[in-house]
Design a protein around this ligand. Sequence first.
Ligand SMILES: [Cu+2]
Length: 66
Amino acid sequence: MLTLKVSGMTCGHCAQTVTKAVEALPSVDRALVDLKTGEVAVEGGADESAIRQAITDAGYEVHGRA
Ligand SMILES: [Cu+2]
């Protein structure tokens, strides 16, 4: 599992947007957003750069591994 630190997620809608964007990647099984910590945990085999790109494209900023 890969966990990334992401900023800009403030509400359930943001969490939903990020979850959908990451889960749309072919080899991601599941994405879990923790709004309190600003962390996105990703289960599955997608590579980190693709996940970072998907989150960035959705409008949020990735700060690195949590
Ligand atoms: Cu929001």
